[in-house]
Ligand binder design. Sequence first.
Ligand code: SF4
Length: 392
Amino acid sequence: MHTAHTPASNWQKELQSSARDLRGLIEHLQRLHDVTESDIMSTPWAKRIAAAVKNESQLQSRFRFAVTDSYLLRARLDHDRCAILGQVLPDPTELDDPVFELDDPLAEDSHMPVPGLTHRYPDRVLWYLSHNCAVYCRFCMRKRKVSKAGTAPAGDQIAQALAYIREHSELHEVILSGGDPLSLSDATLDEILGALKGIDHIMSVRIHSRMPVTLPARITEELIEVLRRHSPLTLVTHFNHAQELGEDSLEAIRRLRSAGILLLNQSVLLKGINDTQEDLRELFLSLIKNGVKPYYLHQCDEVRGVSQFRVPIERGIELMKDLRGRIPGIALPLYVVDLPGGGGKVPADSSYLRRADAEGYVYENYEGHAYVLAPTYESSHQWTLPLKGADR
Ligand code: SF4
């Protein structure tokens, strides 16, 4: 199957015409890959598409579906581990509710001094500027609000957040997140970045955006000018698989680099997407080759409706161990677990792990408090980590 059509060139146009339901997905795949519906329904994806269609209204009511043409163009329908379809196609298992999964496992909303701002670590805040994204990833850790119109802060809430940041001189870093902060207009971003750069105690402004992956056309010359104006800035993007690094994404990366932006990448370890040594190796090497430093590999959080993606922590540790020495150290990200209840991030394989047994994983955070993660069961599951005696 070859690609026959390219996406609309203007990013707003592309966003407006993206597939918003499963009928749309099938039609866009037909157009972009020059195939018929029956071609699609004879690929390894047929069963999964049919299951998603059957449960579509329930799945959409939990978490919206949307995918851009530039992202879908990289799909490989003939491949049962297609990293593009695997990340965007809804799955009926999202409707399961294991007891340990929560809407907000990291307690981001209960650490909000003002709407839209999480202040969890002493020296930094996470600011949710928009709950819109170009593509809705089925493993999203913020399913509780991402994609839901009207949940993002606006107007006076932006002023309130800025006032909080100004008043708290212990803050040294602001992370602009969401959703995707680059779904805001250039003018709004310009204003927010200008305000942050005017605060003396803020040493670092970081933008977390998946647009270079999911809507590379968003990285326009005009946006680059805005970012350049407020340099130095760090942009942490989110590639999970080398399949996502299309020529348009590489061009977006080149543009960002030309503006002097420090480019980092965070990935999530995802079952069926990137949970092999080959997948991770190719991803990390491709990123470093193109000037993006792999920063974090995240253990998939205990968010409601994402268990189909969760890889046992032991497996993640093994994968990272196997990669060490096989790829340059600079291409290796830190494999981290974000502790439930707001404990913060800790390296997955380290002295932070107190105990791993059939009851779960017990990690200690930077303050010495213990946090428990549920075990991730697999039929061939082996508990191979050394047990360290410590009580919960
Ligand atoms: S781009 Fe990020 S915030 Fe948006 S759906 Fe994907 S993972 Fe969630």
